[in-house]
Design a protein around this ligand. Structure first.
Ligand SMILES: *Cc1c(COP(=O)(O)O)cnc(C)c1O
Length: 341
């Protein structure tokens, strides 16, 4: 089953855009989606007043294709990305790209770029970026009439440079999402307004911001691009419950793994900031980062410390088990692994 692969230094890839051979494009016009094509053209041409350019009418998804121990190229739970994108589109008054077509387009893009799928054991993956935007001109504030749905692929290495060394978060004075706003959908606008906070965090020497609920600023929510899990002293896995958190597929999978594979108790509930010092482990989770240990949280002069050198014991078990499920060395729950080839 030896396939030709691109001549890349797979072990040392960063997390950045690399242009691959094919991407998928479908256009929405007069109330329906066209049949969609794979194209070699990585440029997008749209009107100067396109909805996305004026009023940020756009949402996206992120998932990965990779090679399993058995040599198959697979995706991890892409049906949940299809569903979440449909939810994002509805919230942003965009037409849903049908979920079955989303899955079919994912397969097409991965197959067309099969030489870009990193080999098993490299730690790298082929990151897939489905997204949609208002492409027709608007000037009054209203939804566009026409839309474009695209998926491109780019090979990536580990998200956080330096591997699994625990990172430091700070509680910022900025908020991420308003009650009844768009924090629960994957809208580009959530990221645009987080850029200032992340640049500021980096300037102060922190890896990421740990946002609080904006209504009361008393409860833990998530970081700019990852959900958070905690482990209590009696080994319960706890994650914040809030309507303004993005429902991470990695986090939902980890909570299942904690319960069903590791026999741990799990809780999804409000987490007051004062409780942070009671936890013994903390980690960020998301497709890009999988699970990244947090060594310290700084909240306006208060330092909450976890293991600053290594991944916590429970975090490590969760990480190893989820990675094993993804790579096919541990049996996956029904429907979690979609074989592309
Ligand atoms: C995408 C995203 C995540 C992670 O979700 P996954 O489905 O696990 O990749 C977490 N938080 C935010 C704000 C996100 O946009």
């Amino acid at each position: 089953m030896l396939k030709t692969k691109k001549d890349l230094d797979w072990q040392n890839l960063g997390f950045g855009y690399v242009k691959t051979d094919y991407r998928y494009v479908s256009n929405y016009k007069n109330g329906s989606w066209d049949e969609g094509v794979l194209t070699g053209d990585s440029d997008v041409t749209i009107n100067e007043s396109a909805g996305v350019l004026q009023y940020a009418q756009t949402c996206f998804e992120g998932l990965k294709a990779y090679t399993t121990a058995g040599g198959h190229v697979v995706c991890f739970r892409p049906d949940l990305n299809a569903k979440r994108m449909a939810d994002s589109c509805k919230r942003l008054e965009m037409p849903v790209f049908p979920e079955e077509r989303f899955l079919d387009a994912i397969s097409k893009v991965v197959k067309a770029n099969i030489e870009w799928v990193p080999p098993y054991g490299s730690g790298a993956t082929l990151y897939l970026r489905p997204y949609m935007f208002g492409s027709s001109a608007v000037i009054g504030v209203k939804p566009a009439q026409e839309y474009q749905f695209r998926i491109f692929a780019t090979p990536v290495g580990p998200y956080f440079k330096g591997g699994v060394k625990p990172i430091t978060l700070r509680v910022p004075d900025f908020d991420r999402a308003a009650p009844r706003g768009t924090g629960h959908v994957k809208a580009g606008l959530n990221y645009a307004m987080s850029l200032h906070a992340i640049v500021d965090a980096h300037n102060q020497g922190y890896s990421e911001n740990m946002y609080l609920d904006s209504a009361t600023r008393t409860k833990v929510e998530e970081t700019g691009g990852a959900n958070i899990i905690f482990v209590t002293k009696d080994n319960k896995v706890v994650t914040p419950k809030s309507d303004t958190i993005l429902p991470s597929i990695t986090r939902r999978s980890l909570m299942y793994v904690a319960q069903k594979y590791l026999g741990l108790e799990t809780e999804e509930r409000a987490i007051p900031v004062e409780e942070l010092k009671e936890f013994k482990e903390c980690a960020l989770c998301g497709t890009a980062a999988v699970l990244s240990p947090v060594g310290e949280i700084v909240n306006h002069g208060e330092h909450i410390c976890f293991d600053k050198e290594n991944m916590g014991e429970v975090t490590k078990k969760l990480y190893d088990t989820l990675l094993g499920i993804q790579l096919g060395t541990i049996e996956a729950p029904e429907g979690w692994i979609k074989v592309i080839e």
